[in-house]
Design a protein around this ligand. Structure first.
Ligand code: ZN
Length: 274
């Protein structure tokens, strides 16, 4: 099996392709095609959930990343022993179904477009929220730090431990504490209501601006190093990203964040109201 060609970075939700492999996934079946519009959960940074939909008329109940190497065989999701895109492996989109279909059959692939649109909105909002949080926290840094595309210290990159996209939202978890304090962010005098209000003001302006969003796609394979670009009024920003997005920030309607803190863990919940 060769690495799967993916069309979701261009916004596709339908396709037609040949089944090139069928593998067991527990008691279910993993169908691999040559080219797919389905976005699978990534195994290295599992932020955007799998697309749902149908393959050859069968419900796709899950969609996971697979990696195949001559000596190692096929590994799925968390069992993949190497990082995303590692050389020597073929990178596969594995569509999970309850019933198998034969290799060689050509099938229609149809992604649940409503679910995808909600995840795309959640993902774009997640990136914007991270940039707005960086800006709102800029005055709290005591040392020089790596900066984001808008020139603010990149709190998001320095402190994030997990990011989960949901339909029309996201939940980002940050680790405050010792290692961040050493980097120059003490974080003990944070007024979370003020920080959230500041971030929300920026987010409202960015949504109102209708800023264009695009994905730079350097290759057709699943693990090509794609980049999210957004032309905000303050300047164009880019973030490495394997997911799907809206085409304009105005499609988001409104984006708001809420912050909460428990000991050294800061959680940002982002909500889109389209
Ligand atoms: Zn992303």
């Amino acid at each position: 099996m060769n690495s799967t060609v993916v069309t979701f970075p261009d916004g596709h939700v339908t396709g037609r392709s040949e089944i090139v492999g069928v593998v067991p996934v527990g008691a279910r079946h993993g169908l691999v095609v040559a080219e797919t519009p389905f976005h699978p959960l990534d195994h290295t940074w599992p932020d955007q959930p799998a697309d749902l939909g149908t393959l050859g008329g069968l419900p796709v109940v899950d969609c996971v990343t697979g990696a195949w190497a001559e000596q190692e065989g096929l590994r799925l999701g968390p069992d993949i022993p190497v990082r995303r895109g590692a050389d020597g492996w073929e990178w596969l989109v594995v569509h999970v179904t309850e019933t198998p279909l034969p290799v060689g059959e050509t099938v229609d692939l149809v992604v649940d477009a409503g679910h995808r649109a909600a995840l795309s909105a959640g993902h774009t909002a997640c990136h914007l929220a991270a940039l707005a949080l960086n800006a709102a926290l800029a005055g709290h840094w005591r040392k020089e730090a790596a900066r984001d595309g808008l020139g603010h210290p990149d709190f998001d990159q320095a402190a994030i431990t997990s990011s989960r996209i949901t339909p029309d939202g996201s939940v980002d978890v940050y680790r405050l504490g010792k290692s961040l304090r050493k980097k120059g962010f003490p974080g003990d005098d944070l007024d979370l209501d003020r920080v959230a209000a500041d971030a929300n003001e920026r987010l409202a302006a960015w949504v109102a601006a209708g800023a264009p969003v695009r994905i730079d796609v350097p290759g057709r394979w699943l693990t090509a190093r794609r980049t999210w670009h957004c032309a905000l009024p303050e300047g164009e920003v880019s973030i490495p990203c394997g997911g799907t997005h809206v085409a304009r920030t105005s499609e988001l309607g409104s984006v708001t964040v809420a912050l909460s803190r428990e000991d050294a863990t800061l959680t940002m919940r982002t909500t889109v109201t389209r």
